[in-house]
Design a protein around this ligand. Structure first.
Ligand code: UN1
Length: 506
């Protein structure tokens, strides 16, 4: 395998990232695959961020007047450009975020899918016509562009999450200022270059419609605090969301929060265990446990525990860990040392509580000293307690037993986060109860699939400490627009609502 650095620079060139972004002594971009620093990038300042917001606000005044189906044409072109760049951008995701090749490509496919979705949406954006109680009146609602959208994203889906927001924002008439994770600036710059190619083909895109700010937390803070940013869409930890939400609310801005998950699967007595095994493995060890939808808790009925857990332990012991560019590898590196340390701390805590840990150790022979490869950890816990109750962004799957389905649901819901969930069963009553109002309390509840790997057509997001936001499909677009209720009187009298009389003289 070539070094990451050798691969990254030609890729950036092919993707069209200008050389002006490189700057010695700037922000180091590191590949988790080898641990090397692959580039140093010029960082934006808080003043640059404020300028970006100002130019986005100018772009808004022009873009909101472009008819929505025409805005959709921009998304169609962006989708085309992404199709052309898919192999290169997917590879860059692999190099910068450490995803295996198929998942790197899948991430770009997710971007293409949401562009297609947005094209269709561009001829919809429906409002209702509502029955009015007054004669010769019509009442309707219209959806208008909202304003500048600030998008703050995390390292683990370094480009797809931007696209969920940006595709909808652009089609809804909103400019986007993007603050990507400091850990994944290169893929963000590549996306910006791709957007610029689509914009050049479209012609007449206002400058400032799509901007990216490379740098640290201070840039995100500008987006959070600037009143010209109508919506702040932030993806990351619950701790981050706890700061962002109240600050945006303090200026009566809107926020869309996509925060932590502590996703569980329940395996019921009737479960198809072969299918469950595959679903659990992908959701728990895929992306090296670094999805917000990763399976972190497995709640297994006592009657199938001994049939499932030894088989799962075998999958854990044999899943190939290694350079994510290599064929057959299923588990790539953790993003960095911090992630590794967080994982080890959680395992120490689990052991103290009587947890039996399979795997979880560092694989020192892979990558360089600054690369952190680990064996995924399967942890049999005596109780649903301690580190089981919180999200550790690493491949740790805690397993607990249950005997009664009601207890399983109660345990399932007994954590702060509420993103995704799943149940493996062939029992229709259990399946329906799980997705009913008294079942899973998450934004995503699946049956006979793991909690991760959602399609873009559904609304993506979760409840409780996950923040309540919904992105991507369904009617998530409504967060990017403002609604007006319009009542039009085409008669010659002025009847008042609620039968109120107000007769004036003269
Ligand atoms: C995330 O981890 O932030 O459902 C997003 C999934 C992906 C998106 C995950 N489509 O797993």
């Amino acid at each position: 395998m070539p070094t990451a650095r050798d691969e990254v620079l030609p890729l950036l060139l092919r993707l069209g990232v200008p050389e002006s972004v490189y700057q010695a002594g700037g922000l180091p971009a590191r590949s988790p695959v080898t641990g090397e620093i692959v580039a140093e990038l010029r960082q934006a300042t808080a003043a640059d961020a404020a300028d970006a917001v100002a130019s986005a606000a100018e772009a808004f005044a022009a873009w909101r007047k472009v008819p929505a189906p025409r805005r959709g044409e921009f998304l169609r072109l962006l989708g085309e450009e992404l199709r052309t760049a898919k192999a290169d951008l997917g590879r860059l995701v692999t190099l910068e975020a450490g995803k295996i090749v198929s998942e790197g490509l899948g991430e770009v496919q997710e971007m293409i899918d949401v562009c297609d979705f947005a094209v269709g949406l561009s001829r919809q954006l429906y409002g209702l016509t509502i029955a009015t109680e007054r004669a010769d009146h019509r009442m309707m609602e219209t959806w208008h562009p909202l304003g500048v959208v600030g998008v703050i994203t995390a390292f683990n889906f370094p480009v797809a999450v931007w696209s969920w927001n940006a595709a909808l924002a652009f089609v809804c008439g909103d400019p986007v200022v993007w603050k990507p994770s400091e850990k994944t600036p290169l893929t963000a710059l590549a996306v910006q270059a791709i957007v610029e190619r689509a914009a050049a083909r479209f012609g007449g895109i206002p400058a400032g419609l799509s901007q990216v700010l490379i740098g640290g937390r201070d840039l995100g803070e500008v987006l959070v605090d600037d009143h010209r940013v109508a919506l702040v869409s932030a993806t990351g930890s619950t701790a981050m969301g706890r700061q962002v939400g109240p600050r945006v609310a303090a200026r009566f801005g809107r926020s869309l929060l996509e925060l932590g998950g502590n996703n569980a699967a329940i395996v019921a007595p009737s479960a198809d265990l072969d299918l469950a095994l595959r679903g659990i493995a992908f959701a728990a060890i895929g992306t090296a446990g670094q999805r917000c939808t990763t399976l972190r808790r497995l709640i297994v009925h006592s009657s199938v525990y001994d049939g499932l857990i030894p088989r799962l332990a075998k999958v854990y012991a044999t899943a190939k860990i290694g350079d994510p560019r290599e064929a057959g590898v299923l588990v790539g590196p953790l993003i960095d040392k911090g992630a590794y340390e967080g994982m080890q701390a959680a395992l120490v805590e689990a052991r103290k509580l009587g947890g039996v840990v399979h795997g979880g150790h560092r694989v020192e022979t892979l990558g360089g000293p600054e690369a952190f490869y680990v064996a995924p950890a399967l942890v049999e816990m005596p109780a649903h307690a301690g580190p089981v109750l919180r999200e550790t962004f690493a491949p740790i799957l805690y397993v607990v037993r249950y005997d009664d389905f009601d207890d399983a649901i109660a345990m399932h819901n007994a954590v702060g986060a509420g993103l995704s969930s799943s149940l493996f069963t062939l029992n229709m009553r259990e399946a329906e109860r799980f997705v009913s109002s008294e079942g899973s309390d998450c934004g995503i509840a699946n049956v006979n699939i793991g909690p991760s790997g959602a399609e873009i057509g559904g609304a993506f997001g979760g409840e409780k400490e996950t923040g309540g936001g919904r992105e991507a499909g369904s009617d998530a677009w409504k967060a990017y627009m403002r609604r007006a209720t319009n009542t039009i009187n085409y008669g010659t009298t002025l009847p008042l609502a609620q039968g109120v009389t107000f007769d004036i003289m003269g």
